[in-house]
Design a protein around this ligand. Structure first.
Ligand SMILES: [Zn+2]
Ligand SMILES: [Zn+2]
Length: 386
């Protein structure tokens, strides 16, 4: 099939201004945009869309347009290797790139963030619904093991009174006069024409003179629904679980936003979490620390034992391998660190005081050989005053 004339493709005259070419391309791209042409005829629409894009790019580039006017397709054929100039030497592949230039303002950054508008089938501005955020507080045990739970989230149902139109029964919505129903208005600023959401109708293209009293003109009613949530084992503070499509509904048939469940973990009585590791502080009596022995330590999965050696010092840390938490993306569980604090006895009885005094006397007579920290400290102080 012979390549069609670029002016013919866009339906503009040979002497059309750049503004006219842009306008014609915009119209054509709207019609054949892949978002609006799915299913039957989509292949044909895609061809038309590409053809229009190529024509637009050629005719809005001064050099290329001049070459085309003089030599026809041979002057600018991107595949012929003949004339190449300017910057537009890229292929005609992705649709995404087509949105980059003049459609940047209209299509936003693709299907991403909330509030990105594009045209829907009715010619009105279409918006994706906002994302919703839900904070959920769970215990450390629940975070470690995972949890299945239910939450109540807002949902929207079409209003029965007005059948979703938002207009009082017997009345109807009118086309917005400010934007002519398109949902967008053009603002001229010097050389530029800026397109923006119509402030009068907020992009819906409609004005409701007498709103439905049930839904206050929204056409939908906020309700709640129950959502099953599966929290994966190992989840950590601040992580988010995404529930696609459970956010606010879109405007004019746009897609719904997403729901994000943000995890907060309650402070634990015993354990502190650091990534996949757990830490706990274990008080040990002065005599147990001195004599050594088996002590029982708590873990998330039950009890464990530590062999405390004779003469364990305050601040000594024991590592229990694999007794931490297995993170969401970890292959192995972390460790549990038990930090020993040696406790000084209080509320002594007469008998205990007597025993301790005896013990103290015995220690003093032996010099500093029973106090390794004090010995090294005294040595360092001595060095300081040498
Ligand atoms: Zn209603
Ligand atoms: Zn409007």
């Amino acid at each position: 099939m012979a390549k069609r004339d670029y002016y013919e493709v866009l339906g503009v005259a040979k002497n059309a201004s750049e503004e006219d070419i842009k306008k014609a391309y915009r119209k054509l791209a709207m019609k054949y945009h892949p978002d609006r042409n799915q299913g039957e005829g989509s292949k044909e629409a895609e061809e038309k869309f590409k053809e229009g894009k190529e024509a637009y790019e050629m005719l809005t580039d001064g050099q290329k347009r001049a070459a085309y006017d003089q030599y026809g397709h041979a002057g600018v054929d991107p595949n012929a290797g003949g004339f190449r100039g300017g910057q537009g030497a890229e292929g005609f592949g992705g649709f995404a790139e087509a949105f980059g230039d003049i459609f940047g303002d209209l299509f936003g950054g693709g299907a991403g963030g909330a509030g990105n508008g594009r045209r829907g089938a009715g010619g009105q501005q279409v918006y994706r619904g906002s994302d919703l955020s839900y904070a959920m507080e769970i215990t450390l045990e629940e975070a470690a093991r995972g949890k299945e739970t239910q939450i109540r989230i807002p949902s929207w149902e079409g209003c029965e009174t007005c059948s979703g139109s938002g207009a009082k029964p017997g009345t109807s919505a009118k086309t917005c006069g400010a934007c002519g129903g398109s949902g967008t208005v053009h603002m001229r600023q010097g050389f530029f024409s800026i397109q923006q959401t119509c402030p009068h109708c907020h992009g819906t293209g409609k004005i409701i003179p007498e709103p439905c009293t049930t839904c206050n003109g929204a056409g939908k009613i906020k309700k709640t629904k129950t959502l099953e949530v599966k929290i994966p084992a190992g989840i950590n503070e601040g992580m988010r679980i995404r529930s696609a499509g459970n956010g606010e509904p879109g405007v004019n048939g746009g897609p719904s936003g997403d729901l994000y469940i943000e995890i907060r973990i309650k402070q634990h009585e015993i354990f502190e979490r650091d990534g996949d590791d757990l830490h706990c502080t274990m008080p040990v009596s002065m005599t147990t620390a001195a004599l050594g022995g088996t002590i029982e330590v708590p873990t998330l999965g039950g009890k464990a034992e530590i062999e405390l050696p004779e003469g364990a010092q305050h601040g000594k840390t024991f590592r229990l391998r694999g007794k931490g938490i297995k993170g969401v993306r970890s292959s192995y569980p972390g460790d549990l660190y038990c930090h020993i604090t040696v406790e000084t006895p209080v509320k002594l009885t007469e008998h205990q005081r007597k025993l301790l005094k005896e013990l103290d006397k015995s220690f003093r007579e032996a010099g500093d050989r029973h106090s390794p920290n004090a010995k090294s400290w005294t040595d360092r102080v001595k060095d300081l005053f040498k």
